[in-house]
Design a protein around this ligand. Structure first.
Ligand code: ZN
Length: 204
């Protein structure tokens, strides 16, 4: 049974039962017998799994980055964290999008705890995403929260929607990058940070 929504309540959140019912509908559409024992609990499990894969919606990146340190003792060089693995899901197919993010910023008075860099990646990865949007969102969250000299983010990911179906290119990886501040305007700084970020091991 489809959940029918009129214009007025289009943003009203369906109940968990309605979400489970929609999974049952999809299973039946695929030709499954939704009453067979192996599938009885599947809709509930699928909904729980998606709640976990998409729990970035509950988090606010600006809150995370808002807890910074301002005693950096004259440290005036870029801070780089490579190889932050994540699993996101593409907004076009809801297919898995496992990848690796490399994140750098050049502080100007404020630094964040290093685990926050990884958590900011997850806040945006654990949503339905396009890789391009996610790259920009991570860079802008760090830029807005820390007012650094610049931020550089490079993401490399696989898209199951094209590695396992559609174009069927199992080894294709998409690489995206986003620069702010000095890394955007100073091409020498951009080249240097790109070399440092992509000296990382390649995903896979
Ligand atoms: Zn896709």
């Amino acid at each position: 049974m489809l959940v029918k929504m009129n214009k007025k309540d289009i943003n009203a959140r369906p109940t968990r039962e309605e979400a489970e019912e929609s999974v049952r509908t999809l299973l039946a559409y695929l030709g499954e017998d939704v009453t067979r024992p192996g599938l009885i609990e599947t809709p509930a499990r699928v909904v729980r799994a998606w709640e976990e894969w998409c729990d970035g919606y509950k988090e606010d990146a600006s809150e995370l980055v808002g807890k910074f340190f301002d005693d950096i003792q004259g440290y005036d060089q870029p801070v780089i964290m490579r190889n932050i693995d994540f699993v996101s899901h593409c907004e076009h197919h809801m297919a898995s999008m496992p990848g690796t993010a490399h994140v750098a910023y050049w502080p100007d008075k404020k630094v964040v705890g290093i685990s926050k860099l990884a958590r900011v990646v997850d806040v945006f990865a654990k949503r339905l995403q396009s890789q391009e949007t996610m790259t920009k969102q991570i860079a802008e969250a760090l830029h807005n929260g820390l007012s650094p000299k610049g931020v550089a983010v490079i993401i490399e990911a696989e898209h199951a929607c094209m590695t396992t179906r559609g174009a069927n290119k199992p080894d294709a990886h998409l690489v995206t990058q986003f620069f702010t501040g000095c890394f955007k305007t100073d091409l020498q700084a951009q080249e240097r940070i790109t070399a440092l970020l992509s000296g990382a091991h390649r995903h896979k």
